[in-house]
Ligand binder design. Structure first.
Ligand SMILES: Nc1nc2c(ncn2[C@@H]2O[C@H](COP(=O)(O)OP(=O)(O)O)[C@@H](O)[C@H]2O)c(=O)[nH]1
Ligand SMILES: [Mg+2]
Length: 315
């Protein structure tokens, strides 16, 4: 890990790719990296880009990258795709599309995937962000499909969250259902070259309500872009800047929320692993499951049985 950290600090892309693989596959190695690097992080700007498939998240990320590169900021893009039980991997499209930055050592692009671990994606992406932040990357873009709780959790690692929607797709209703409206710091109505962009903006604004922006309350702006043309990107960047400059009290509140969520998430994860490794006898879970399936046991009693042993044994 020490040698890896040295190479990470030198901006070595292969070391970073290796570190992220470790983070994905070996939570203990991830924990060691985070322990070693945590104090040095906190300088990067972490931008979450979420929204439905095909909304233009990758295209937007690509444009943002070009803008930040134009002012010499280094940029890492982490694209998290819900893992498919069939392919077990991330979609190929993201890597293919971002050829523009191939050969630019100031850009690092990586698709991340989970192997069916609940909460694994959020944990892995937060750890990857931390490692990139601590080793000198200026801007980190987290692209994630806004389809479920796991993806919403991913966005927690971001300083600012962009929610990308497109006109004429019924996204507005979908987004409301999926709860991604709540995580938006900035709305981006992409594909504004299509019909219905103004209507979608109006819908989002009406959902947001008419509350005026006050000194300490941020009202998410609803911006329009045509990512393929680069239209509206400057406004997005200006909004991100403005969001980052909001009052310190708001920023601290967000940081506290994030920190608590992280600690709790790690606690949940460790607790579960401890039970698996130190409390459950081999085959015991399968037996409990059989009993629950055959209705000899209800699931609460099954869980309490395990829990009571944790308490007794002080495991
Ligand atoms: N007409 C139009 N097409 C766009 C725009 N932005 C992206 N696209 C196209 O929409 C498709 C999906 O874009 P992509 O960035 O892969 O979406 P993602 O799945 O959200 O990452 C691609 O074919 C893009 O070229 C836009 O502003 N206008
Ligand atoms: Mg994409």
């Amino acid at each position: 890990v020490t040698e890896l950290v040295r190479r990470l600090r030198a901006g070595d892309h292969r070391a970073l790719a290796r570190a992220i693989s470790l983070i994905e596959d070996r939570p203990e190695a991830a924990a060691q990296l985070v322990r070693d690097l945590y104090r040095e992080a906190g300088r990067a700007r972490v931008i979450g880009v979420t929204g439905p498939p095909g909304a233009g998240k990758s295209t937007l990320a690509d444009r943002l990258t070009a803008s930040y590169r134009a002012v010499s900021r280094t940029v890492g893009i982490l694209a998290t795709d819900p893992s498919s039980p069939f392919t077990g991997g991330a979609l190929l499209g993201d890597r293919v599309r971002m050829q523009d930055h191939a050969g630019d050592t100031g850009v690092f692009i990586r698709s991340m995937a989970t192997r069916g671990h609940l909460g694994g994606l959020a944990r892995a992406s937060a750890d990857a962000v931390l490692v990139m932040d601590a080793t000198g990357w200026d801007v980190i873009i987290l692209e994630t499909v806004g389809v479920g709780q796991d993806e919403v959790e991913v966005v927690r690692a971001a300083d600012v969250s962009l929610v990308t929607l497109v006109p004429g797709s019924g996204d507005d209703v979908q987004a409301l259902k999926a709860g991604i409206m709540e995580i938006a710091d900035i709305f981006v109505v992409n594909k504004a070259d299509r019909e219905g962009a103004d209507r979608l903006v109006a819908t989002i604004e009406s959902v947001l309500g008419l509350a005026p922006e006050t000194a300490d309350a941020w009202r998410p702006p609803v911006l329009q872009t045509v990512a393929t043309e680069g239209t509206g990107i400057d406004t997005v960047i200006a909004s991100i800047d403005r969001f980052m400059e909001r009052p310190a009290a708001r920023r601290v509140a967000r940081a506290r929320e994030r920190a608590e969520a992280r600690v709790r998430e790690i606690l949940d994860d460790r607790f579960r692993r401890r039970i698996d490794e130190h409390v459950l006898e081999p085959g015991e879970m399968a037996q409990l499951v059989d009993a629950v399936v055959s209705r000899d046991l209800d699931p609460y009693t099954a869980a309490d049985r395990i829990l009571s042993r944790v308490i007794e044994e002080g495991a």
